[in-house]
Design a binder for this molecule. Structure first.
Ligand SMILES: [Zn+2]
Ligand SMILES: [Zn+2]
Length: 136
């Protein structure tokens, strides 16, 4: 498989033959809590393209209709899933540098010390919906 990734300890692995569609940084407070980082980045793969290839991720329902998967052994964040779409945590990819991130979401929740100078579009709200179209 051309696109592969997994958790820190390697127990849970996934892959996709199809290239990512979209990638977004998310500055929301829940991503902060789940990752322990100031913000996260997520990559959307085409529906059905993603396959789990090793281990079994644990699931946590972080809000209505939203499931986040992670490794039960090392705690590594793996997915954000909503509306039938699966977004992979960018940092869990084996080669995250191959992904071009297109935008920032939930910038209304951004930490004040984070200065965005990459010139990417910024959206105050979520990135949900088909094709990852931004919403306010
Ligand atoms: Zn792990
Ligand atoms: Zn978020």
């Amino acid at each position: 498989m051309e696109w592969t990734g997994g958790c820190l300890c390697g127990a849970v692995r996934y892959g996709s033959d199809a290239a990512p569609l979209w990638a977004s940084y998310c500055h929301c407070g829940m991503c902060r809590k789940v990752s322990g980082a100031p913000y996260m980045a997520f990559v959307e793969f085409p529906a059905g393209a993603l396959r789990w290839t090793a281990g079994q991720a644990r699931a946590y329902t972080s809000s209505d209709g939203v499931v986040r998967r992670f490794c039960g052994a090392c705690g590594g964040s793996l997915t954000f899933e909503a509306e039938g779409l699966v977004f992979i945590a960018l940092g869990s990819l084996d080669a995250p540098e191959r992904v071009q991130v297109q935008r920032h979401c939930y910038t209304r929740d951004r930490l004040p010390g984070i200065k965005l100078a990459d010139g990417l579009p910024q959206f105050p709200g979520p990135f949900g919906g088909k094709g990852g179209k931004p919403q306010d």
